[in-house]
Design a protein around this ligand. Structure first.
Ligand code: TEU
Ligand code: CA
Length: 559
């Protein structure tokens, strides 16, 4: 028996949809809810259990929906509440649950709460947000926002600054104010009563700020300070989440996952504790935002390819560290990360399929709940950005303006090389459904550039090919549903000194699952399977060699 309690969401596989780029049903070039409904048969065939829906609420789209102006209405471009209700009902008929993206660290500056709050210092909504007087005639702290520039914006009307950890159109809510917590919990209960199946909680680790608001340590550019020590994992964050759990989460059989910027292993054990007093699980970022060792350019912007031993050390630390204490999430990419086969694998035509299957094996045989990002299941790749005009993402455009145009500390060619490697736009190119115009995503003009490789890389081609990445993901998902050892088996690292092979084993009730994967395009020494009597449950090769793993070869044997 495993140390962890058995829960449905621990045995599930989650599929993330970025609605804007998933499927357009009405020809306006923008993905929408009816488009999602039309693709449920495809998702049921893949075998996933849950859809995590990136935000679909009313929003001016300064940050593509992560700036919400009305939590109880659907973004006009995505459809209506009736469309949502139909999608929810159809998903449930397809045995698929729907988890909403809850963005409550901040709202849009067009939310009525902020429109009121900024009117005057004595407005009843003033303390829904974080307002501070100037300090020595300037911003209250030296903090840099996640989207470049100061994290404070001056408001002429009342002569104060407000905090925005992201864009100036995303003012941070003041969670110290019990009225804010009442509003948020009421809204969450409203969605739960509609029958949704859980929440992914956007930057939930940032809702409690250090109330002394100190300056942060200077960052690479020597101008702004790092706010993370004072906005991540703050003094009351667990208190707020335990209150959320009591007033909302504990009343429903739902799944929760916290996107926990800045989370450490020790903090994760609190957020996702097995007693269930806060959240079900969290996302950490050590293997993604921290994928490349050292800094190649500045901040997150680098193009250094990650090394497997660095990634293995991180993932093994989390696998062994959470064991029996808290549940983890497993992901390679999402709407904020570059495409997994380009970043961690090899998207050259001769290696793309093999390396994508290898990476999927490494992740899906681990302990935790796996997440599949739209298009990952058939190996969509990064894009090439020839100029900043090709970019849509506010994070990239602002970084270009700050580092290339204003501060001139990075040249344009280097910045674009970083965009090709790690820009969030890589994940936001339209879903490649088939080889027809615009990859079958829309009959109109797509809101964003379709990756030119859609002619070869698309879902229709994958469905026709029994050896495609799609059917490999389908098998991995099916194996997780039918083998408790994959869900609850204890994790133990193997071959920890290998430069090329990532290996580990899982044990449960006297049985062992041995997993090994060669991360390189050369043969690599590995004798784990030599003479091993057992059942090979999955591999990306049909023939094997003694003593070695072939290029990008992955093998899993149950014995
Ligand atoms: O992301 C929070 C966050 O930390 C990311 O901005 C991450 O640091 C960065 O993208 C790494 O490159 C969440 C959402 O996932 C993101 O899409 C939003 O832009 C952000 O919060 C603000 O809501
Ligand atoms: Ca549309």
């Amino acid at each position: 028996m495993s140390a962890e309690k058995h829960m449905w969401w621990k045995e599930a596989v989650i599929y993330q949809i970025y609605p804007r780029s998933f499927s357009d049903s009405n020809g306006d070039g923008i993905g929408d809810l009816n488009g999602i409904t039309s693709r449920l048969d495809y998702l049921e065939k893949l075998g996933i259990d849950v859809i995590w829906l990136s935000p679909v609420y009313q929003s001016p789209n300064d940050d593509n929906g992560y700036d919400i102006s009305d939590y109880r209405d659907i973004m006009t471009e995505f459809g209506t509440m009736e469309d949502f209700d139909r999608m929810l009902a159809e998903a449930h008929k397809h045995h698929i649950k729907i988890v909403m993206d809850l963005v409550v660290n901040h709202t849009s500056d067009e939310h009525r709460w902020f429109v009121e709050s900024r009117k005057s210092k004595d407005n009843p909504y003033r303390d829904y947000y974080i307002w501070k007087d100037p300090k020595d005639g300037r911003e209250p702290t030296n903090w840099e926002s996640c989207f470049s520039g100061s994290a404070w914006k001056y408001d002429e009307t009342t002569g104060q600054y407000y905090l925005h950890c992201f864009s100036p159109k995303q003012p941070d809510l003041n969670w110290e104010n019990p009225k804010v917590r009442d509003e948020v919990f009421d809204m969450m209960n409203w969605w739960c009563e509609k029958g949704i199946d859980g929440f992914r909680m956007d930057v939930i680790s940032m809702i409690s700020k250090e109330q002394s608001y100190p300056d942060g340590p200077l960052k690479d550019d020597g101008i702004y300070g790092d706010m993370f020590p004072y906005v991540c994992n703050g003094p009351r964050v667990h208190e707020f989440l335990q209150e959320m759990n009591r007033r909302v989460l504990s009343k429903y059989d739902i799944m929760t996952v916290g996107e926990a910027a800045g989370v450490t292993l020790e903090e994760a054990k609190k957020y996702a504790n097995e007693e269930g007093t806060e959240l079900g699980m969290v996302f950490h970022f050590e293997h993604t935002d921290g994928a490349s060792e050292g800094r190649n350019v500045i901040g997150k912007w680098n193009y250094q390819p990650p090394r497997m031993p660095h990634i293995r050390q991180i993932l093994n630390k989390w696998q062994t560290g959470l064991e029996g204490k808290a549940w983890g999430s497993l992901y390679w990419d999402n709407h904020d990360q570059p495409r997994v086969v380009s970043r961690f694998g090899n998207d050259a035509p001769q290696w793309r399929v093999l390396s994508a299957k290898m990476l999927a094996t490494v992740l899906h045989m681990m302990k935790g709940t796996p997440y599949v990002y739209q298009g990952e299941e058939f190996g969509m790749t990064n894009m090439h950005f020839a100029s900043v005009e090709d970019c849509n993402d506010i994070e990239a455009v602002n970084a270009y303006n700050q580092y290339v145009v204003e501060q001139k500390i990075v040249d344009e060619e280097t910045m674009l090389k970083c965009f090709d490697a790690v820009s969030r736009d890589n994940a936001r190119t339209p879903m490649q459904w088939d080889d027809s115009e615009n990859a079958g995503f829309t009959s109109g003009k797509p809101w964003f550039t379709v990756n030119p490789n859609y002619k070869e890389i698309n879902a229709a081609a994958a469905l026709k090919d029994p050896d495609s990445i799609f059917y490999y993901y389908q098998k991995l998902i099916s194996l997780r549903h039918s083998n408790p050892i994959i869900v609850y088996g204890q994790f133990r690292p193997l071959l920890e000194d290998s430069e090329s092979v990532y290996a580990y084993e899982r044990t449960l009730d006297g049985r062992t699952l041995t997993v090994a994967a060669n991360w390189t395009e050369q043969e690599a020494a590995c004798d784990l399977f030599d003479g091993l009597a057992g059942e090979e449950i999955i591999s990306n090769y049909k023939e094997h060699k003694t003593g070695v793993l072939q290029p990008y070869e992955a093998r899993v044997v149950l014995h």
